[in-house]
Design a protein around this ligand. Structure first.
Ligand code: MTE
Length: 312
């Protein structure tokens, strides 16, 4: 496995101006149009057909993209079910429009955004990221979306804001898994503000050039590629800036197993299994897990001086 040197990793603004991206932008604005077209209908009537003309067929390690079918038929989405292969069918009629996201807390300009506002305000770019679940499976996914930082800058965080809390939708009538009393619904997650502002941190609206399917977290989900997948919360309705670390669903349920940071780390095992290797969906051999899921050069400085075994 060959890693491209960091000098060749393109910063987002350069990435945006690339010719390939211009091609991608065409795809994405078509995606945005499709999202707008979906606005009046439930998702099931609009099962998106995959657009495979992504800007690359591999990630920056040369690993092939997972297929649209793999990405959309093996999902973690506990609001529906704990059975990864049944999420797609249980979620197919889930209404993802109209949709609003409230951004509030320690900010100068709190505001509620409609999904259409977000699609209009922030240019949608393509990002091919690896997703590594804490359960030790992984995929490579071509997302569309925009940096969370763009949205946060828009609401102007106060200097007292140090953390960001994310809340997913709560609709137990539409989401059968939310009837389970075992989990403290709604699903919540959190980041430190500097993690949230990092250029790699994405709010995803689509993948493979089509709007997100319900099972992938439509219409808006977080993607934090250097952290275990559970940080990448789906179906976000609320983003709140806070002074202190927020409570999060998995940390509340099992703090000894799921830390607040949840950085991918092959040297810190889950109490019940090793994190040294992973199973890439579609491959038969396990492969080594990389520090920070391969994004070490980009993010290691965020954790300088921290004990990553304690702050797992
Ligand atoms: N977001 C919500 N709202 N509910 C969930 O159950 N599961 C998380 C994360 N986001 C989850 C969620 C977990 S454990 C993982 S690994 C990823 O979503 C999986 O994303 P995928 O199904 O798109 O691969």
């Amino acid at each position: 496995m060959k890693k491209i040197p960091s000098s060749e990793i393109t910063p987002y603004h350069v990435y945006l101006s690339r010719r390939e991206f211009l091609k991608g932008a065409g795809i994405v604005s078509a995606g945005a149009l499709l999202a707008a077209a979906c606005a009046t209908k439930p998702a099931a009537e609009n099962t998106p057909s995959p657009v495979t003309s992504v800007s690359a067929q591999t990630d920056d390690f040369g690993d092939p993209l997972n297929t649209y079918e793999e990405i959309n038929n093996y999902n973690n989405y506990y609001e529906f079910t704990t059975d990864k292969k049944r999420v797609a069918s249980l979620a197919q009629d889930f209404r993802t429009s109209p949709w609003e996201v409230e951004v509030s807390g320690l900010v100068n300009k709190p505001r509620t955004f409609g999904l259409e506002d977000l699609l209009k305000m922030f240019p949608q770019g393509e990002r091919i990221y690896r997703l590594r679940c804490v359960e030790a499976w992984s995929m490579v996914i071509p997302w569309q979306g925009f940096p969370l930082a763009s949205l946060l800058k828009e609401v102007e965080p106060l200097s007292s804001a140090k953390y960001v809390r994310f809340e997913a939708v709560y609709t137990p009538d539409a989401m059968p898994g939310q009837k389970s009393k075992f989990y403290p619904w709604p699903y919540t997650e959190g980041l430190r503000l500097d993690e949230a502002m990092h250029d790699l941190t994405l709010l995803a609206t689509g993948l493979y050039g089509t709007p997100l399917s319900p099972q992938s977290g439509a219409p808006l989900r977080l993607v934090v590629p250097w952290k275990y997948g559970f940080k990448s919360i789906k179906a976000i309705v609320k983003i709140e800036l806070m002074e202190y670390p927020p409570d999060t669903l998995w940390h509340t349920v099992a703090p000894q197993e799921y830390g607040f940071y949840a950085n991918v780390n092959p040297n810190v095992d889950h109490p019940r299994w090793s994190q040294a290797t992973e199973r890439r969906i579609g491959e038969s051999q396990r492969r080594p897990t990389l520090m920070f899921n391969g994004y070490e050069e980009e993010v290691a400085s965020l954790y300088e001086g921290m004990d990553l075994k304690r702050n797992f």
